[in-house]
Design a protein around this ligand. Structure first.
Ligand SMILES: C=CC1=C(C)c2cc3[nH]c(cc4nc(cc5[nH]c(cc1n2)c(C)c5CCC(=O)O)C(CCC(=O)O)=C4C)c(C)c3C=C
Ligand SMILES: [Fe+2]
Ligand SMILES: [Fe+2]
Length: 373
């Protein structure tokens, strides 16, 4: 508190700064440049994480450094080069825009001071340096929101590892809350459904809609990872909100790496099968990614579009992630308000009824569209 004795004698000692609440968004991270030299340290950190690759350490270190880091950086860099923007990697640009949008929205909807910051699990800015910076700015209460709608130990879980490591070394850690997942959040489902309808209104509607989620090894799910169930739940709720059944809105897993069996069905095989069945146009959405990235812009919109054409299809129409769209910002702001209830900086209450109302309205629109058809 200003005016209380400062025993350290240091300028900027955090007792002297008015307290604030903070929201820390954390995304995966991305290379600094679309070059093999920049991709190598990124992949080394990412694939060196024992949460991501659950193999005996010594064996994996041999394979990672002996084989993978000699081959993959060049291949990945080539893929990144296809989607790189003048502002940098789409994942970084999109995450920063979303964080800025959330800062503005919370500023409008909150009476108290709130700081929104963005960290990356791999690469920079790190979780540690971002939390240390927030503390210098007076953040005493912190909500950590990993940018993954569905929980997986390989994505969300490892963000909490980085958080725990940071907290362990702080003399005076902030009061903490965390968001595990928001896979069934009504606002999130409504925003996805609305984005699909907006895409159809602008580009026409395909014969099928494919909901493609990032995969993980099947072994992890058998060991207790809830990811598969949460992806299924998101897909079911999204189908309901769109008034579609399982034959119209299909479900698959993308981005597999290595020889091990990953979650099924695979996106590439599904896309090829649809092309072979004589389907000419499909729409694809990736509801597990908050912002567009390599796995959507390159793997889906480019690679899988090629697979579809090679199999006899014509158009794979990719539906972008929610990115910094106002509906996405509003949904995350709701989530923040709900998870920070009771904090003195955040006196107002989260309006659960309004979010449920938005989902109901989305379902009504689906019913109306069906009745009109
Ligand atoms: C090999 C193991 C991997 C697991 C398990 C995994 C889980 C997982 N990943 C995401 C989100 C993203 N992954 C991205 C890229 C990416 N993923 C892997 C491997 C695993 N992911 C690799 C090797 C890469 C790098 C690119 C490549 O070489 O193919 C990205 C995009 C990053 C970007 O810079 O754009 C995201 C986002 C989730 C949500 C998840 C578990 C549910
Ligand atoms: Fe991944
Ligand atoms: Fe990939």
């Amino acid at each position: 508190m200003p005016g209380t004795p400062n025993y350290t004698g240091l300028a900027g000692y955090s007792h002297d700064i008015p307290p604030q609440a903070g929201v820390l968004l954390v995304n995966l991270g991305t290379p600094e440049a679309p070059t093999a030299a920049a991709v190598r340290p990124y992949l080394a950190e990412f694939l060196g994480d024992p949460r991501v690759i659950e193999y005996p350490r010594w064996l994996w270190k041999l394979i990672l450094h002996g084989v993978i880091l000699r081959i993959r950086p060049k291949r990945s860099a080539h893929a990144y080069a296809r989607i790189w923007t003048p502002q940098g990697s789409p994942l970084r640009v999109g995450s920063e825009a979303l964080a800025a949008g959330l800062q503005a929205e919370l500023g409008r909807r909150r009476s108290g001071p709130v700081r929104v910051a963005l960290a990356m699990r791999y690469g920079r800015p790190t979780v540690r340096e971002t939390i240390e910076q927030l503390q210098r700015e007076g953040v005493r209460r912190l909500l950590v929101l990993p940018m993954y709608p569905q929980y997986s130990a390989t994505s969300t879980g490892t963000v909490f590892d980085a958080l725990a490591d940071t907290i362990k070394s702080l003399r005076w850690p902030p009061e903490l809350r965390t968001v595990n997942d928001y896979h069934a959040d009504p606002g999130y489902i409504a925003a996805l459904a609305d984005s699909v309808r907006a895409h159809w209104a602008r580009h026409g509607r395909g014969e099928r809609l494919l909901l493609s989620f990032h995969g993980i090894p099947e072994r992890y799910v058998r060991a207790g990872d809830p990811y598969f169930c949460q992806c299924h739940a998101t897909a079911r709720l999204l189908r309901e909100a769109l008034g579609m059944d399982e034959n119209e809105a299909l479900f698959s897993f993308q981005s597999r790496v290595g020889r091990e069996r990953w979650l099924h069905p695979y996106t590439d095989e599904t896309v090829k099968a649809l092309g072979k069945q004589g389907i000419k146009r499909i729409d694809v959405i990736s509801p597990g990614f908050a912002v567009d990235c390599l796995e959507t812009l390159e793997e889906i919109a480019m690679q899988n579009a090629d697979f579809f054409r090679e199999a006899g299809g014509e158009t794979l129409s990719y539906i972008p992630c929610l990115n910094a769209e106002p509906a996405h910002v509003a949904t995350l702001a709701d989530l923040v308000l709900r998870h920070t209830q009771g904090w003195p900086e955040f006196a107002e209450d989260y309006d659960a009824a309004a979010a449920a109302g938005r989902l109901a309205a989305s379902r009504d629109r689906a019913r109306k569209a069906q009745a009109d058809a």
